[in-house]
Every structure is written in structure tokens, then in C-alpha cells.
Design a binder for this molecule. Structure first.
Ligand code: DP6
Length: 325
């Protein structure tokens, strides 16, 4: 009763921002992401009859508190949904992602955990069912089951049975690159969970955000199909700005941006004025991800590294879905 799985993070081009059900993790809008091969988590799950509770080690350190509780609650969910075992598990994860700095380590983390757990229990489960299950650990994680461009369909059913991700185009469809611009590896102050909750409950801009999604989604899917980089980049950048605008309208208001975040955004716009197609997107943290095409890799990387306050730039290609080791 042991298995190891590897899952990559994903970067949302159309953001998931808002829940209609916090327990089942059901979103208020569809979202669309690109899976990244540069950032991933490997997780080994071992069910053992000598354990009196679950245990969780992250990068060889024993984890307790909130992070442990999320893992253990997720294992409880799998145990009760599948009735496959009542044994506790040892979970050992290695994160190749800077944790909690807006790099969605929870996405690769829960996708690898769900995959390793179901494999350790010998459950034969479709990708769709695995995505639906993973969603209940962390919403964005349900997209990391697949490689390439992935859409999470919000669904309409109250039980969440129609809320899961599907692949839109495989990684091989289009060689788009993403540079992760690392400004700070400090923990963020408002988690994405807390941030989206506050926005849903208090921001007058939230309804405008939700209403704008269907149009963005339709256009970006056409752009991806046609490999129209300008179109995809412009929609992704504008969608990101709309998501972040909702946080300024929340009560109390907040923003994930630092001064250097703005400097990176400005540099990306300057690059475009110089004829280099590059576009930014930002998750629930200060770091910026920049989309660009392979031919511009050296120029984009250098321009980003030259910005004062930028500590590192890590480039990534589009990645594959979950694999078992
Ligand atoms: C800004 O998936 O981390 O990265 O479902 O509460 O675990 P929970 O939230 P999470 O939120 C990610 C929000 C985002 C946008 C996105 O990835 O779509």
C-alpha cells in the first residue's frame, strides 16, 4: 500500500477567484491554466497498520498545524469516499516550488497527494474523477492532473459532481514559455483562500469580475487553438488585472503587489513597446510570471534580471500531467 506520484504546478491565464461552496471547493467561475514543467512536487504515500494518526513530512521536515490538518483532512475524505481502507498514512513530499509565494505549491502538492493516495490504495480512477477529488484539497490543484492548457469547468450541481478540469490542448500543441520572477520568498500575508473569501463577501467589483469571465474564456481558447500569442497574452494580462482589482475593493482592502511587482509589470510593457511580445500574470502573491515565446528567452530573462529588487528568474516550459514513479 505504497505509491509515489509527481505533479507540476500550473499558472492560471484565466484566474479562479471566488468560491460558491467553501467546503466542497466549488468556484464561481471557470478558469484556464498552463501546466509548468519547472515546478513540481513528488509525494510518496504509505498506508501502515502501525500508525495511530497520519504523518506528513515536507522536504524531510515533520509538519504540524494548519498545513498538516489540510493533508490529513484530505486523506479522511479519500478514506470515507472510497471506503478503501481505515489505515493511517505516512506522507512524504518534496516540493520543487518556493512555498506560499504565489507559485501555487498547493496545486502541485494536492495533485501529487491525490494521485499517490489513490494509487497506493489500488483504486482505478479516471483522470476526471481524480481531478474532482483533487479539487477538494485545493481548487487550483484540480487543473494539475493534466498537462498543457487545462480548463476547470465550475459546474452547476450543488454536490460538485460536475466540477472538474479537462485538457484543452496538450503541452506539445504550443511551445509557450513562462518566466517566474522571484521577488521575495517570504510567506504571503493574505492566503489565496482568505483573499478570495474576503473579496466574494465584500468587494463591489466581484460581480463585474465574474460577469467578464465567459467572454475572456471563449477568446483565449480560440487564441490557444490558433496559437495566437498576442491574443492569448493580452487576455491573460487583462484577466489578471481584473482579478487583482477586486482585492482593492474588498473590506478591508488589500493587494498582493509590492513596489517591485509594479516595476516588473512596467518592464514587461516596455518590452512590448520594443517589439518583444511578453505578457505578465500574477497569482495571490507578489511574484510575477511572464509569458513569452522561445526565440525571446535570452532577452526576456536578461531584462527581468536587470530590474532592481528581482532576486531570481526561473524559466519553464509547458509541462505534463500527473505521472507515477
Ligand atoms: C490566485 O487553489 O490556492 O492562484 O481552493 O482555497 O485552495 P483554494 O485556493 P487556491 O487558489 C488559487 C488562486 C489563484 C488563481 C488560480 O490559480 O486560478
Amino acid at each position: 500500500m505504497k505509491a509515489t506520484a509527481k505533479a507540476h504546478t500550473n499558472i492560471a491565464l484565466i484566474k479562479y477567484w471566488g468560491k460558491r461552496d467553501e467546503t466542497l471547493i466549488l468556484p464561481t467561475n471557470n478558469s484556464l491554466s498552463l501546466t509548468l514543467d519547472g515546478f513540481y512536487t513528488t509525494t510518496t504515500v504509505t498506508f501502515r497498520d502501525d500508525l495511530s494518526s497520519d504523518t506528513f513530512f515536507l522536504n524531510d521536515q515533520a509538519i504540524t498545524g494548519e498545513q498538516f490538518n489540510r493533508v490529513s483532512t484530505f486523506l479522511d475524505l479519500i478514506r470515507s469516499e472510497t471506503q478503501a481502507t481505515n489505515l493511517y498514512a505516512e506522507v512524504r513530499s518534496t516540493n520543487h516550488v518556493p512555498t506560499a509565494a504565489g507559485f501555487a505549491s498547493s496545486a502541485s502538492g494536492f495533485a501529487a497527494l491525490a494521485a499517490a493516495t489513490t494509487r497506493a490504495l489500488d483504486l482505478s480512477i479516471s483522470d476526471q474523477d481524480l481531478s474532482r477529488l483533487t479539487r477538494q484539497g485545493s481548487g487550483s490543484a484540480c487543473r494539475s492532473i493534466y498537462g498543457g492548457f487545462v480548463e476547470w469547468r465550475q459546474g452547476t450541481k450543488p454536490d460538485g459532481s460536475d466540477s472538474f478540469a479537462v485538457q484543452v490542448q496538450p503541452a506539445e500543441h504550443w511551445d509557450v514559455r513562462v518566466a517566474a520572477v522571484v521577488l521575495s520568498d517570504t510567506m504571503k500575508k493574505v492566503s489565496s483562500r482568505e483573499g478570495m473569501k474576503r473579496t466574494v463577501n465584500t468587494s463591489p467589483f466581484f460581480s463585474g469580475w465574474v460577469n467578464s469571465i465567459p467572454y475572456d474564456l471563449e477568446l483565449i481558447k480560440q487564441g490557444i487553438k490558433d496559437r495566437d500569442f498576442e491574443k492569448v497574452g493580452n487576455i491573460a494580462e487583462a484577466n489578471c488585472l481584473k482579478m487583482h482589482a477586486t482585492t482593492l475593493g474588498a473590506n478591508p482592502p488589500f493587494t498582493y503587489w509590492h513596489a517591485t511587482t509594479l516595476a516588473v509589470m512596467q518592464e514587461v510593457q516596455t518590452m512590448r513597446e520594443r517589439g518583444i511580445p511578453a505578457f505578465f500574470t500574477i497569482d495571490a502573491g507578489p511574484n510575477v510570471k511572464v509569458l513569452y515565446l522561445p526565440k525571446d528567452e535570452a532577452t526576456v530573462k536578461k531584462a527581468l534580471l536587470d530590474i532592481p529588487g528581482v532576486h531570481d528568474v526561473i524559466v519553464s516550459r509547458s509541462g505534463q500531467g500527473v505521472t507515477y514513479l
